[in-house]
Design a protein around this ligand. Structure first.
Ligand SMILES: Nc1ncnc2c1ncn2[C@@H]1O[C@H](COP(=O)(O)OP(=O)(O)O)[C@@H](O)[C@H]1O
Ligand SMILES: [Mg+2]
Length: 263
């Protein structure tokens, strides 16, 4: 088995999740959803979080995003505790959150501060991100006039244009067909590379994690814990149909299955 646990040196850590736990109160009883989640993310890393449905992945991202507060522990971004949402942490969800009455271009420009005088820099940025996600020719379209994959391109562009310190992605390609999903993964990797973006990407699909990640955090359920941390040692570009990726995916899936049978 080639997968191994790694100790990541803490130099250049942009994000630290520090012994974080979360309990929800439901009908007067506490539900322990996350327990002692602890990891760091280095600047420019692409981390995938893999785990079964209900293991707390979305809850963890929402705490990092500042939308939920942890019961104990904390999240540090550049050494500062996260207390509320901010444009330094942007989300992309499975369902696109575009404004239906705005065009592609207006959706992408929405979060940028409007320039008070002259708009050439503002417009240049919008042009750049339209081009980066391949939607220059669709700039005047409304969300209802474009495909699901194109909507997710807009969703990516409208947050990346804000230059977040960390991009938080919650099963963003889960609703797309297999071919579009593959295109979106390629696009994401290209944007990650060009923009040197730090990304936390949640998926329940081990093969997707192996295609994308520098490191994979594998979560257990009830309570949600990080069971293993695995570095993916495969060179990029990684293609699903080439020997190494399926082999690594199979070995990883088997080792995770063996481990859960032991539990
Ligand atoms: N606001 C909430 N109140 C109570 N329980 C919640 C809330 N949000 C999530 N949960 C519970 O926490 C657990 C983890 O949910 P979630 O983070 O959505 O998991 P995942 O994203 O891995 O599928 C589930 O059992 C879910 O029912
Ligand atoms: Mg979820």
């Amino acid at each position: 088995m080639k997968v191994e646990k790694v100790e990541t040196p803490d130099t250049g850590a942009i994000l630290r999740v520090d012994h974080l736990s979360k309990e929800f109160q439901l009908n007067g009883t506490g539900q322990h959803v996350l327990e002692d989640i602890h990891f760091t993310v280095q600047r420019g890393e692409l981390i995938c979080i893999v785990g079964k449905s209900g293991c707390g992945k979305t809850t963890l991202l929402k705490i990092i995003g500042g939308f939920l507060t942890p019961t104990s522990g904390c999240v540090l971004l550049n050494g500062n505790p996260v207390k509320k949402p901010g444009t330094d942490r942007c989300f992309v969800f499975q369902e696109d959150a575009l404004f239906p009455w705005l065009t592609v271009e207006e959706n992408i420009a929405f979060g940028l501060r409007k320039p008070s005088n002259g708009n050439s820099r503002h417009q240049r940025e919008v042009e750049r991100f339209l081009s980066l996600v391949g939607l220059t020719d669709f700039r005047k379209y409304l969300p209802r006039e474009i495909s699901g994959g194109m909507k997710q391109r807009v969703a990516l562009a409208r947050v990346l244009i804000l230059k977040p310190r960390v991009l938080l992605m919650d099963e963003p390609f889960g609703a797309l067909d297999a071919h579009t999903r593959e295109e979106m993964r390629d696009l994401l990797l290209s944007l990650w590379d060009q923009l040197e973006q730090t990304i936390l990407f949640v998926t329940h699909d081990v093969s997707e994690a192996v295609l994308l990640a520098d490191r994979i955090l594998v979560m257990d359920k009830a309570p949600g814990r990080i069971r293993r941390e695995i570095r993916v040692p495969l060179a990029r570009p990684r293609k699903n149909y080439e020997g190494q990726v399926p082999r690594f995916t199979r070995e990883l899936s088997e080792s995770l299955r063996e481990k859960s049978e032991d539990d």
